[in-house]
Ligand binder design. Sequence first.
Ligand code: GRG
Length: 302
Amino acid sequence: MKLLVQKDFDYNKVVLPDKELINSHLDKYLEIRYPQLIWESIRYSVLADGKRIRPLLMLESARICGGDIENVFPIACALEMLHAQSLIHDDLPCMDNDDYRRGKLTNHKVYGEAIAVLAGDALLSYAPKVIIKHTPDKVDKKVLLQVLEEFLKAAGPMGIVGGQVVDIESEEKEIDFATFNYILSHKTGELFKFAMRAGALLSGATEEKLEALSFYGKTIGYAFQIADDILDVTGTLETIGKTPGKDQNSKKNTHVSLYGLEESKKELEILCINAQQELIKKNINSPLLMAIAEQIVARVLK
Ligand code: GRG
């Protein structure tokens, strides 16, 4: 099986309108209030130039399930806020200790550690508030509650926090595949899976479609982390927007440190092929989802 390439599909051009809509909603939700300093610090990180891959996936998942994307923006933006929070905290001296993120100085380098911690904390509690306050009334409350529960699960010790804890615990240790698998699927896979599930749930998807989209999300999320591990070795500050070589310096268990660069590239491609094939098998027609799987591979080969 081969990775399917979308001919004449200009990814950046196709996603631009949605990216602009996501950014304008984020800008609106994060208007500056009192105390100004915390909102400035939050806006500095959230509105910085990120790929917005998670909210883009959520919008597409809703579209292909026949949903109204107006219902999805608050949750898509809350997910981007949660992601930004994880980046702010991940960059702190007590975690990965990085000076650069999204091509500029990290939050704590500009605002200091105390405000960076608080910006993360504030985002974590403000994001669910955005979901509750801004999701249109026409969304079924039972569905909204399920989405909210899945959001909080993905954000907490059964999701991204759990992944990060096992990642930290495993530094400088030999770990088995089950432990490594847990790290990747929780640290990164959970937010991708949630993106696909939330879009589908809000759009009344059938159980079969929901399962297929969940599989796609968790598979490309896992692949995305392998790509991130590869780029930590092969990328530069200019291409990845953060300091390369951090994983090796902190003796982290990454796909590359465990299996080598070539094996990691192969595994990345296999996962993205599997994600594409799942869509084909379940008759889910989305040139964008096909292209995203392809882009994850293309990014590391550039
Ligand atoms: C969520 C409560 C809570 C705590 C966070 C710090 C932490 C716990 C988790 C770290 C998780 C982490 C940083 C995983 C790496 C995921 C990853 C590949 C990030 C890069 O994502 P991109 O490439 O970044 O989408 P942009 O900048 O484009 O958005």
